[in-house]
Every structure is written in C-alpha cells, then in structure tokens.
Design a protein around this ligand. Structure first.
Ligand SMILES: Cc1cc2nc3c(=O)[nH]c(=O)nc-3n(C[C@H](O)[C@H](O)[C@H](O)COP(=O)(O)OP(=O)(O)OC[C@H]3O[C@@H](n4cnc5c(N)ncnc54)[C@H](O)[C@@H]3O)c2cc1C
Length: 477
C-alpha cells in the first residue's frame, strides 16, 4: 500500500484532527470485536467538504478509508485490516433540525443515539431503534450496521426510520438519497442500500430520520423461569397471541449470575428471566396487553412476576439486561466474553429450541455461552466466553461457531440479525448466502471501483479470520 501523506490530510482537517502518532493509531486499531489492525492515519473531519476532500485524495492514491463511529461494532467492522485511513465521524455530531410537525429529524452521523433521544424528549418524541449500546453508538454507525434494539419488536430496525441520506461516495462526490417524505416510490430505494452496508459503499454525512411520538404509558414486567425452554416458548406464544410487546427480552441463567456478580443486583438465580413491556396512550389498553403477556408467562411456568409503570423502577429492573454484555466477563475468573457468533436470528417458532441447542453445543465443546437478547424479534444473542490466552480455547470456539451456524441456517435463521457481518461472521455468512455475493460484489464495484471503502469486509472478508487477522489478545499457550 502507498504511504499515507499525513501532512496533506492535516491541511484538509487541521493539524489537531489528523494523526499518525502510534498511541492514537493503537486506540483506533480495534473495536468491540476480537480483531485488531493498525491504521496508518486517523482523521476527524468536521464538514462534508472535508470528507469529500479526504475521499478524493484516498481514491486518487488507492488508500483504504474506514469510516468509524464509536467503534462499538462487534465483528471487526471498523478494524482497518488493510491499514489506511480511519475516518472518525464523531466530530460531525450536530442535530441539524428537529421537525415534529413532519415527524423527522436531520442529523450529522456522529450524533450519539442517547443524545438524540435526550434532545427529542422536550418535543414528546423519541427515536425507537436504540441498540443496547445507545449511550455511545452513533447514528452513522447504526445506519451502517442496520442496528436494532429492545424496542424493535414493536417499532422496527434502523432501516425502517431512514428517509433520506447524504452520502459521500468513494470518488468524493456527494449524493442525496431518499426523500423528506415518509414514503417514496421514485426509483431505486438507494437510501436503503446504504443501510447495513458497513462502510463499504459510502460515507454517511447526514441523515433524515423518522421519529415517533412518545407513548404516555409504559409498563415493564419481569418473569422468572426454572427452565430456559419454558421462557423461549413463552416468548414465541406472546408473539403469536396478537399481543404487541414494546420489549420482549430473554436472559439465561449464565447472564443472571454474571449481572449479579458485576452489579450486585440480587436477581433470583433461575434458569431464565423474561422482560416484557407494553406501551401506549390509553392505560387500560396497556394494562390489557401487559396482563395478557403475564398470563402467557404463567402458562409456561413463569413465576415471581413483577409489573411496574414507575420509570425509576423500570430502569432498575432493566439495568441488568442493559449492562449484561459488559457484565458477562465477570461470570468466571480468567475468562473473557468474546463477540463471536453473537447475534443470530431465528424464526419465532424456534426460539426455545435454538436457546437449548446453543447451551448443548457449548457444553459439548468445553466453552461457556450465555443466551439472551431481543428474542421477541427473533434475535438470539450469545457470547463465547473463554480464556483468551489458551490457543485450544480459540480452536474450541471455532468448532462451536461452525456447528452453531450450520444449525441456525438449517432452521431458516440468519447469521446476523443485528450487529452485521464485518470480519468474524463472514465465513458462515458467505457459506450460507453464496447466491447473493456476486450481486453484492457488482454493486461494490460500481460504487467503489478502486475498492478503497472499508475493503476486505463482508463478502470480501477472509474465509479464515483466525489465521488471516490479528486478535487483540495475546495467545500464549
Ligand atoms: C455493549 C454493546 C451492546 C450492543 N448492543 C447492540 C444492540 O442492542 N443492537 C445492535 O444492533 N447492536 C448492538 N451493538 C453493536 C453496535 O453498538 C452497533 O452495531 C452500532 O450500530 C455501532 O455503532 P458505532 O457508532 O459504534 O459504529 P462503529 O462500530 O464505529 O462502526 C460500525 C460500522 O459502521 C461503519 N460506519 C460508521 N460510521 C459511518 C458513517 N458515517 N458512514 C458510513 N459507515 C459508517 C463502520 O465503517 C463500520 O462498518 C452493541 C455493542 C456493544 C459493545
């Protein structure tokens, strides 16, 4: 790869916003995944024009550019495996316009999800797809990953909220995709093509997104289950019963032990917990929904059920689930929680079966795996917990991943329901979706003929990432 001219980049963004200092480069060498690779330069543009100039320079010199939000991607999306320029978008963090009358906002890509929701609160609106990482994840990163979250079971994923996007393409040109209206049928839905493109097709520099009026009432319930399968079956039945949960989350016994250790929550250490929520503007309607879900939980041996309308109490009940990801590394001394095979999607009827299967595969292969997630939307989160220093554990993890994805695909599930493909999930996804890869490559070639935008990710990621990429852990034995 050609040398990156940091002085030229400093002229574009200012000397304080371009760096090749090794300490800075190290800070940008990883994300929330297991992968690591050093960039040559990090730039932090503040304007669309700066993004355009950087892209023109990179395209002319065939230098990889990796757009980056908060770096919370779990599969190596923002890891610069070919080096090049990491473009940190967090300085483009302005909410440009809030238009409640048109139920939309216009934002720069570096706006943090929770900041947007805080700004919408006085208007009585919210932006629903918030992922569990909403405290730091950026709107640009959420668009590029098609993020979804706890409320997606009722309100949908990021793709359902994108009306229009301003995107800088690989050659530095700026395009306006989509519209300001809530629907459009005026040609290819190109704004949707960018959603989930993981930084491989263009740099999102502005987004026009839908917002939603805040419901007047929210009621959260929690139910305990001795058996994980019972909890899974309760979730499937809630979905088919006609109830409209605004949240329907599962947490297994491993997750419960981990959050108790990390947060001292004193949760009952049972086989599984379900969190279920109803919202709306008529209290009687919310009561009806929440009680119906409660009865379904009871019918599946749910017990110790608590319900609360109180905002503080709801926050307390939900805190374990919200902080579960981080808490999992506390499950057992010496192990860490890796983002491997972390967000499968399964059909609604397969939730209980898939949850049990994950535990069974993990046990047989000597690794620990927690099962949790937005199961009401069919999202099953897992984490492979292992001792990262031991080579054998990575091999065991590899076997688990292969077996797990073979199972998930055999029941009609998807490799990633939420976090995206990046590097870690590319091998099983490519195996399962060989049919669409030529079409994706053709689109990539048309928009980025020099392959500079986040190269070697998704369909072009290595087939064996364990061999082909660096891990951010020191494997010693
Ligand atoms: C604790 C934790 C909890 C999580 N919970 C959830 C969850 O509930 N739901 C969920 O969906 N995900 C979740 N995630 C994953 C992650 O937070 C999301 O994928 C999020 O959308 C990433 O946002 P980011 O700003 O960190 O993007 P990054 O990780 O920085 O980047 C993600 C991808 O977006 C691209 N990108 C970033 N900005 C732009 C831009 N402006 N233009 C073009 N491409 C861009 C990058 O190149 C990369 O491919 C979680 C992660 C963690 C660590």
């Amino acid at each position: 790869m050609k040398k990156v001219d940091v002085e030229n980049l400093k002229k574009i963004v200012g000397s304080e916003n371009a760096t090749d200092n090794p300490v800075d480069l190290y800070a940008y060498s990883g994300d929330a995944s297991v992968h690591q690779a050093m960039p040559n330069v990090v730039v932090r543009p503040k304007t669309i024009e700066q993004v355009q100039k950087i892209m023109r320079y990179a395209n002319k010199n065939r230098i990889p550019v990796i757009p980056r939000g908060a770096g919370t991607g779990t599969s190596g999306h923002a890891v610069p495996i070919d080096g090049g320029i990491v473009m940190d978008m967090k300085q483009m963090n302005h909410i440009l316009e809030i238009k409640p009358g048109d139920v939309l906002v216009r934002v720069e890509p570096g706006v943090v999800d929770d900041d947007l929701n805080r700004a919408l609160l006085p208007y009585g609106f919210f932006y629903p797809p918030a992922p569990a990482s909403s405290r730091i994840a950026t709107i640009g990163g959420e668009i590029a990953a098609n993020a979804s979250g706890v409320r997606s079971v009722k309100y949908g994923a990021t793709r359902d909220y994108i009306l229009g996007l301003k995107v800088v393409l690989a050659d530095g040109s700026l395009v306006n995709l989509g519209a300001n209206t809530r629907v459009h049928s005026s040609g290819y839905q190109l704004e949707r093509l960018i959603v989930g493109s993981e930084g491989t097709l263009g740099i999102v520099v502005e987004a026009t997104i839908r917002i939603y009026p805040l419901p007047k009432f929210r009621c959260l319930g929690v139910a305990n289950f001795n058996k994980l399968e019972d909890a899974g079956n309760a979730i499937s039945e809630i979905i088919t019963s006609g109830c409209q949960p605004s949240m329907l989350e599962l947490m297994d016994g491993i997750g419960i032990v981990a959050v108790n250790k990390a947060l001292d929550l004193g949760l009952k250490e049972v086989g599984a917990i379900i969190l279920f929520e109803a919202d709306g503007n008529v209290k009687e309607a919310v009561d009806f929904e929440i009680n119906k879900m409660k009865e379904i939980c009871k019918a599946h041996n749910g017990f110790g059920i608590e319900l609360s309308y109180d905002a503080e109490e709801r926050k307390r009940i939900f805190s374990g689930r919200k902080k579960l990801f981080a808490a999992l590394s506390r499950y057992k001394e010496g192990i860490i929680c890796t983002d491997l095979a972390d967000d499968m999607g399964v059909p609604n009827s397969k939730i209980a079966e898939a949850a049990a299967k994950i535990h069974e595969i993990a046990k047989r292969n000597n690794v620990i795996m927690a099962v949790y997630g937005h199961c009401g939307s069919g999202v099953i989160h897992t984490k492979i917990m292992l001792d990262p220093k031991k080579k054998d554990q990575w091999k065991d993890a590899d076997k688990v991943i292969e077996e797990l994805y073979d199972y998930i695909h055999s029941v009609g599930g998807v490799t990633s329901a939420e976090h995206g493909i990046g590097l870690s999930k590319a091998p099983p996804w490519k195996k399962a979706r060989a049919d669409i890869i030529p079409m994706m490559r053709a689109i990539k070639k048309a928009l980025d003929p020099n392959n500079i935008l986040n190269p070697h990710k998704l369909m072009d990621a290595p087939d064996d990432w364990v061999k082909a990429t660096d891990l951010r852990y020191r494997v010693v034995k």
